[in-house]
Design a protein around this ligand. Structure first.
Ligand SMILES: CCCCCC/C=C\CC(=O)SCCNC(=O)CCNC(=O)[C@H](O)C(C)(C)COP(=O)(O)OP(=O)(O)OC[C@H]1O[C@@H](n2cnc3c(N)ncnc32)[C@H](O)[C@@H]1OP(=O)(O)O
Length: 303
């Protein structure tokens, strides 16, 4: 199944499901009758569960991949397929992303998918990371990250790709792009997404030092938009969604596109080179050593 889904990446942004779709009025993509039948049911797969409330048009995507919702190739494949299904479903206007796991929203990219793997695997993995970001950052839906735990690196990228971020008010939870701490470098589109969120100077300091911010610090720099007690993260996201959905879709979507298109187009124009760059960087012996040391550090910290 995962292989079949992954093959859909061959078609770029318009994947397997998009081939079943028709273009509707107002440029909104809608599903074929076949796909619509599929989408009305709430779907659940191994790592992601989606609950779509037909009465409100709001879907909640639960990340449920223990121990830490790391973004593995399989996870990213399921994520992209779930997102694409919702995108094509005319009844769905809003998406809330959250985690079923205690303490962790997402630990970011799965380090095991970058460590000791072939260049072919690394290339496939990176394309899936790009696809996740392209789909989420460019989504027509209102997207809200309900961050109910730590969200480093790729988890922070996923949150920043949403329209609004609500985080649990708990100083034990952290969020940020900490790549340099692993001895790796956030690519330009991670950097651009953060610049668009918190500004150039804050991003410069954050990226060079690989800073992880506690939730109060993240609010202060604007990396998240709101802090609430942990048990209220999802309800607040649902209330916030109602406000966003009160805005006519077409006006909000065009505005979103105006704000984000340039950043998206930059990756679209450089996708191959970006993939090549990642593969040649990540497979270097020195980088592999850094990743091994980081994995050992994670294990030691636990012991
Ligand atoms: C041109 C080159 C471009 C390169 C660009 C790369 C871009 C992005 C990079 C990333 O996203 S790299 C991932 C960075 N992520 C992190 O640094 C997070 C590391 N993890 C943590 O800090 C903690 O695990 C946590 C998320 C705060 C949760 O803490 P907790 O105490 O609840 O859990 P742990 O005991 O630490 O972990 C449990 C278990 O999961 C393993 N693990 C944790 N994170 C990852 C991960 N990202 N990938 C794979 N595995 C992970 C951890 O090692 C533990 O494993 P076991 O010891 O149980 O086997």
């Amino acid at each position: 199944m995962a292989n079949a889904l992954r093959n859909s990446f061959k078609y770029g942004c318009s994947g397997l499901l998009s081939q079943l779709s028709l273009h509707c009025r107002h440029g909104r993509v809608c599903a074929s009758p076949y796909a619509a039948v599929q989408q009305r049911n709430n779907s659940s797969s191994a790592k992601i569960k989606v609950d779509l409330d037909a009465s409100t048009g709001v879907a909640v995507m639960w990340m449920q991949s223990p121990p830490v919702n790391s973004l593995s190739l399989d996870f990213l494949t399921e994520f992209a397929i779930s997102l694409e299904k919702l995108e094509m479903d005319r009844s769905c206007r809003g998406l809330i992303i959250t985690s079923t796991l205690p303490k962790v929203f997402s630990a970011g990219l799965d380090i095991m998918d970058m460590y000791g793997k072939s260049p072919e695997h690394c290339g496939e993995f990176w394309k899936a990371v790009q696809e996740m970001w392209l789909k989420l950052y460019g989504s027509n839906m209102v997207t809200i990250a309900a961050i109910n735990g730590s969200s480093p690196a790729g988890g922070c990228l996923m949150s920043m790709a949403c329209d609004y971020r609500i985080m649990a008010d708990n100083p034990r939870y952290s969020i940020g792009l900490n790549e340099t701490k692993l001895g790796i470098v956030a690519p330009f589109w991670f950097k651009d997404t953060m610049v668009n969120t918190v500004g150039h100077r804050t991003t410069e300091i954050a990226l060079e030092l690989g800073l992880l911010y506690t939730s109060p610090e993240a609010l202060k720099i604007g990396l998240v938009d709101q802090l609430v007690p942990e048990e209220q993260v999802l309800t607040t996201a649902t209330e916030t969604m109602t406000k966003w959905l009160a805005i006519p879709d077409h006006a909000r979507q065009i505005t979103k596109s105006m704000m984000r298109k340039q950043t998206i187009d930059k990756l679209l124009a450089n996708r191959e080179a970006d993939t090549h760059n990642f593969v040649s960087f990540i497979t270097k012996d020195s980088i592999q050593r850094s990743l091994r040391m980081y994995l050992e550090m994670l294990k030691k910290r636990k012991a």
